[in-house]
Ligand binder design. Structure first.
Ligand code: GDP
Length: 296
């Protein structure tokens, strides 16, 4: 997880922290190394430029050059900038109280991990004392309904599904009615993906969103696809509106480009990360923790 980018940053930090005094040239050299590390990590070019400019500007101020411990001060600036790239603070799900049903819509391209993530999230919320229900509104991928029903059953989460249904909005709407009637306080709707974010998909998702009025509309994006994940997040946010992102396959992502670009490019926070194939492999996303993992 983030091994490659972390190795690079650890080298930079090590070279700075050994120095009793820091010159402007030291700062420029270190920032150049950081720039290369971020570009190799597949971080969006605009984001890299902004990061580099702000870091240089701040580091060349008196706070670093005249500090008692300039290297520590410089490292702190790098850390703070990194946390900022990752989204500053932890963003919780905006769920309503247990007396109402909060709807969470999950979007994503095929293979991003959407169906697995629906159940992961349901289980995570169940473990927090919520009563989640799942709705199978992915009517495109042939095995999606079965997959959700099997996983739901294995983990004690009820699934609303209709294998003959043709209209995903109707599935979502009747699932919400049932969830309300049976007093489930969270309804997680697994929607259909496509190979790409085409017009057809956007229309379908807009339709579902309209009938269930979700408190969260989360994009499930594959971290391993780097900038493609960021582009997809931007498209989904522009077309249907997101409230956040779940980055899957974080366990296999050595570079970190998607995690480091999504907030700056879409202004949407990463709320969870998928960290493996098991149903319990999901973690809340904490920008500070990921930054310290990268900086070593
Ligand atoms: P969907 O087409 O978006 O519904 O994708 P699926 O939920 O079927 O997942 C596609 C594949 O990705 C499956 O083999 C999952 O086990 C795998 N997967 C999902 N999330 C993660 C994750 O966080 N880490 C890893 N390593 N694999 C994942």
């Amino acid at each position: 997880m983030l091994d490659r980018i972390s190795d690079k940053f650890t080298d930079v930090i090590r070279s700075i922290s050994g120095q009793a005094r820091i010159s402007e040239k030291n700062i420029e050299d270190a920032v150049e190394e950081i720039k290369i590390a971020l570009l190799e990590a597949d971080v969006n070019l605009r984001v890299v430029r902004r990061f580099v400019n702000r870091t240089i500007q701040e580091a060349k101020g008196d706070a670093v050059l005249k500090a008692v411990s300039p290297s520590q001060q410089f490292i702190k600036i790098i850390n703070d900038r990194m946390v900022q790239l990752l989204g500053d603070t932890r963003q919780e799900l905006q769920l309503k109280g247990p007396d109402t049903t909060s709807v969470i819509l999950l979007y994503g391209l095929q293979g991003s991990g959407k169906t697995t993530t629906s159940v992961k999230l349901a289980l995570e919320l169940k473990n927090q004392g919520r009563r989640p229900m799942l709705a199978a509104a992915d009517l495109v991928r042939p095995a999606a309904i079965q997959q959700l029903m099997i996983l739901g059953e294995q983990h004690g989460i009820p699934v609303v599904a209709d294998e003959k249904a043709k209209d995903p909005s109707k599935v979502a709407k009747s699932a919400l009615q049932r969830a309300k009637k049976e007093q489930f306080d969270v309804l997680i709707v697994d929607t259909a993906g496509r190979m790409q974010a085409d017009l057809d998909l956007m229309k379908e998702l807009q339709g579902i969103k309209k009938v269930v009025d979700p408190v969260e509309a989360l994009l499930v994006a594959d971290a391993m696809t780097g900038q493609a994940a960021v582009d997809i997040a931007k498209t989904f946010h522009d077309q249907i509106g997101l409230t956040g992102v779940i980055l899957t396959k974080f366990d296999s992502d050595t570079r970190g480009g998607a995690a480091l670009s999504i907030k700056s490019i879409t202004d949407q926070p990463i709320k969870y990360i998928g960290t493996g194939e098991k149903i319990t492999d999901i973690e809340p996303f904490y920008p500070e923790r990921i930054a310290s993992r990268i900086l070593g």
